[in-house]
Design a protein around this ligand. Sequence first.
Ligand code: CA
Length: 221
Amino acid sequence: MQTLVVEDEVRLAQHISRALIEAGHEPTMVHDGETALGEAEAKHYDLIVLDVMLPGMDGFEVLRRLRGAKMDTRVLILTARGEVSDRVTGLGLGADDDLEKPYATQDLVARVSALRRRFPEKAPIKLKVGDLVLNLADRELYRGPRRIELSARELTLLRVLMREPGRIFSRTELCERVWEREHDYGVKLVEAFISRLRKKIDSPPLIHTVRYLGYTIREPE
Ligand code: CA
């Protein structure tokens, strides 16, 4: 499930993202309201975790504009403790749920998972590239009849590629999408994981290196 995390405190955003990845979600982080709105308009997110207190355009304004643009993405807002007015404002603006700060990470993950159950996933349950099939519901991967075991990170990397076959992903983008932050050894990390994925799934090859640009997955010709 594609989740947008909007939180200006970078470490907190990273912490949320890591917990969501472990629970099988696909978070993308942004740190201000304007960027959040641009992201939400450009891509289809299933869920937005939206902090109300953001510099510049605050979370309420982001929510107001989302709903004004008739976007029905589920929104979980993060409000300040004891601010009942925040809660009322948020739900009045069309938030699907709210959580008071400070919250326990497991509560946040539980709310996100509950929203997911309340609204069945619109995205396809299976991703397919040639004879490679990834079932998103139970996270099982098959190449033809052969079942393949992947680690959580390998699976996330493959899922990012398989969602958009033919699209070229730079190493930097893959690093941000899979490890949810700028990583010091990001490029090497991506290369190492691509190499592992290839060993496990890639004969005949599906994952292709595009010189100077990055990687793409596509059906054999
Ligand atoms: Ca904040």
